[in-house]
Design a binder for this molecule. Sequence first.
Ligand code: WTA
Length: 689
Amino acid sequence: MWLPCGCTSKYVASSFARRTLASYLHVSGRSRCNVAAFMPEAAGLEGVSGRAALRELSVSNSESFWAAVARHRLCWSTPFHTVQDCDLSRGKIKWFEGGKLNVSVNCLDRHVHTCPERVALIWERDERGSEMKYTYGELLEMTCRLGNLLRRHGVKRGDCVTIYMPTCPLAVASMLACARIGAAHNVVFAGFSADALAERIRDAQSSTVITVNQGVRGGKVTELKKTVDTAMQSCPTVKQVFVAMRTDNPVTMTARDIAMEEEMLKEDVVCEPAVMNSEDVLFLLYTSGSTGKPKGLVHTQAGYLLYAALTHRYVFSYHDGDVFGCVADIGWITGHSYVVYGPLANGATTVLFESTPIYPDPGRYWDMVERLKINQFYGAPTAIRLLLKYGDQWVNKYDRSTLKTLGSVGEPINTEAWEWYHRVVGDGRCPVVDTWWQTETGGICIAPRPSDPDAEIVPGMAMRPFFGINPVLMDTEGEVLTSNNTSGALCMAQPWPGMARTIHNNHQRFIDTYFQPYPGYFFTGDGAYRSEEGYYQITGRLDDVINVSGHRIGTAEIEDVVNQCPAVAESAVVGYTHSIKGQGVYAFVVLKKGIDVQEADLSRQLNGMVSEKIAKYASPDFIQFAKRLPKTRSGKIMRRVLRKVVESDLEGLGDLSTLDDPAAVQEIIQDINISALYIKEEICRKTAQ
Ligand code: WTA
């Protein structure tokens, strides 16, 4: 791995930064107004007298708001001439046109210029107590060397580089190096299998891949380079694979492979940043939808960076000098926005967490909070629920007095977990922000903060829309629900700079998925409840996407794999409530006629197939073999009915008269009594609480 010792970057980088900044800095100097102390970027806005008025203005006069914020928070080499040009009905979203900038300059050079010795990254390696720190100067040097290396190997502006790496400094530098030379990146979560990786490489049309020899997580070594080698068998267009060394173990190198650190040493520490248009692609990130094919959501330069930076600053009340600890993997959008881009754009010290919440013991997070003096901790409800079960002593052992804000993301946080997080982890003194957002939204859209500093926070509720966010709830007829104390489909009535621009190579799917269900609105795919007070609470997905430990997966993706088994005639996958993972995976499988196999053997085989073709987390918790599946008369599988059955909500089964053969449901219910006692137990426990 790239080590920070003996680095001379301070001098090189800062002189370089000065040169670069001379052309990049363009910051509005206006400063007046009484909200200035809270949000200096809003200082120039007329007639705003408090935070509520500012939020009001950010929606009613969103152009002025975003223009002011964009001028202040980002460094532009050329200022934008048009704040926005959006038409949601056509899925057209453009922000800050005419503006030119470089994202890596915004994340690195400008901080190197002002504080080269500030720590940018703290790499909390899997091995406890072996953390490594990298200053902004060092990260800039790493990024520049890597940018030059990529350029030397033919990577050009507009190319897409796939990054298949664990959370580590070289992964961050790889993302920033792409941004520096104008290439897009496509980070694939290192837990994905070779097939899933290959599919994403092919769809992104990457000819360059960056990986590591091996990953290390929870004390276990994973063979990431070998996985890439397997993926390469079905990716003929990949010309080169850069391989960094996370462990000392050598791996077989082919003619296509390049030893990354070795080659980086030969490169110059200065790398001219590409001048990018606001709407050039910054990255693709694949996520699951309701079909079997993952979609490559596209985020662009200025709007995404601005939104990540602004939400990072205000939702978490991040202040200069704070240590920001988001424990997400860089393979997910949370890692992109709140490990890398948001914190680095704000000049923060950001933590790269490589391990698991329980390695080597359940005190890992809080030991890390004490050691690294973390001020904001941002994690997932699934981990909180897991740690809660281990007891308070693992938390109380460590000094958590540095903590100021606690965040939660990825799935609904149940009240018990919320209370424990607040009372035990935060000693009852840190606001807990339950943040709702998606890969598609680029950054947090609904969260309790910012608000007036002492405004109430209701456990388990995301509550308040962020600046410029205008949520609405829709009824089943597609009408906007105007009253409070009501539930509906969560949509956004206005565009904002952080939203995804398209699905790579498939703009029609983008329109069909997000803009066609409620014309003129962005449809999130989630349902929400708006309370009497006007606060939002997310109630869960309205489509066939489930959320396992905060990881999104389409049930159709799992079914596609299960159906590939020669013994399987058809299958239906649904989610069910799981006390730790949030949702578990329940698969109903119908075998072909005349197949004679042991069900246990076949279950093992199917689980293995899902792990191999997608990822371990997608593998079913339960497989129930059924004679047939409940279907409509037109042959559509009634997943809605199956969902109710696995949740033991037999009263909620609804009208079964449209089923082809209602007896199919009865058969399944009978079998579930035998095979899914565990689920029943959990449901009983939940309802007894
Ligand atoms: C769910 C993760 C309830 C939701 C940032 C959304 C949540 C999906 C919350 C996006 C929350 C995320 N409360 N549900 N605070 N945050 N979700 O794209 O269903 O991996 O649509 O982005 O996670 O998952 P994604």
